[in-house]
Ligand binder design. Sequence first.
Ligand SMILES: [Zn+2]
Length: 325
Amino acid sequence: MTDAVVVESENKTAWKVVGDTGACPLCGSHQVKKLLEAPDRFHLRKETYRLARCASCSGVWLVDPPKPEEMGPHYDEEYHNAIVAAGEGSAELRWRDQRNLIARYKQGGQLLDLGCSSGGFLSTMRRPAWKLYGIEMEAGTAEKAQAATGAEVFVGDVLQAPFAPASFDVITCFDVLEHVYNPPQFLAKVKEWLKPGGIYHVMLPNIASWEAKLFGTYWFGLELPRHLFHFSPQSLRRVMSDLGFEEVHLSTPRVSYLERSLDYVAGSAAGKLGMEQTPQSRPKPRGFAWKAARKCVRMGVFTPIAQIASWAGAGPSIEAVFRKR
Ligand SMILES: [Zn+2]
């Protein structure tokens, strides 16, 4: 047996070696198993991707992900439009829970939002008590964020940003960590930039949620191949404690991928019946009957399950705060 762990897919084609050494990229364990194989359902593309799971820390990652220079087509204009559409509506309302959570621990100072997009969250933190910063990959989006929030926004990769050590009281990271190639390296940078006692507030999908288990390869939170890592409360705690962070809050709220996941299931069923499928990357307006049916399912079946799952720590999202000692 070599160091390399080779996992096999259902069709018995040997998978490529996981990571550089075959070890879990989060904790280094060699207890690596196949989790699932699925295509990019958002774009309705055919190519499939494979996720591996570490039995030791429960970390899940994309095996053999596209290289950074190959990612362009996966983050196309349709994807960006969908992100913008999801962020429409009242930013104050959308980010209320995050603001309240931060206010429990910090009431002002230097705040950095990683992957700040067009500044939706930062715009709601615009108060004299806060000096705001952001990091955003895309230049046009960064410009919008700067104009909307007054924040200083660095354009480029997080690891390239020139902030000095111990600069920030709060670093926020909403739906970003799962897109990162090397989370431990990324989080070490977060730790370096935080002041002692500073907090890191992270939000991301929960691969150990009831939704992820129920929908399997149809779970919208998979976002293949854009999500490179899939955390559970257990694996997030493990990687953060390995870096020396202290956990001060972790919950699994009901922020849900349910309707989009249901759309994947319905779309796939329609496809099998020979009907035309519409990718979510090019959504069509839905009729009244469809919306009413979806609402009945949601209210009657999923809402009660979702509440119980969230209480049990198996809600679809993870919302956590860690403190630098
Ligand atoms: Zn692991």
